[in-house]
Design a protein around this ligand. Sequence first.
Ligand code: SME
Length: 152
Amino acid sequence: MRADYDDLRRRIAALTEGEDDAVALMATLACEVHHADDRFDWTGFYRLVAPRLLKIGPYQGGHGCLVIPFDRGVCGAAARTGEVQLVPDVEAFPGHIACSSSTRSEIVLPVWDGSGRLLGVFDIDSDQPDAFDEADVQALRSILADTFGRLA
Ligand code: SME
């Protein structure tokens, strides 16, 4: 089953209405997104906790690495550049961090609050190769902006 992003976006908006705690928002979003699509095998957040340092946040799936510096992995690249990382083949990505050996492709989006401050990154990993496309980028970007843009 592929995510119905319009439905997902509405559901997340309803569930998080009035909430302004970043971790509560991350937990709800990780759960709703993860269970909306069969391609998603690990779904979660890494939070910016110190200059150039990410730590694990709320997630769904198998265990995730606890700490990711900005200069490592796909998550580090998204945080460092502020650009969405769409990786069709993780083995071809220099410095990819393999938390799970079954991961074949991934998408990582930077997460900003309403003031443009980086909160962390949102990472989805798939056991299928080339699982993500531009439609995922657009929809997930807009869900993240809806959800975290309310924080200042
Ligand atoms: N694949 C990520 C690491 C995080 S986990 O897979 C949960 C990366 O290279 O940034």
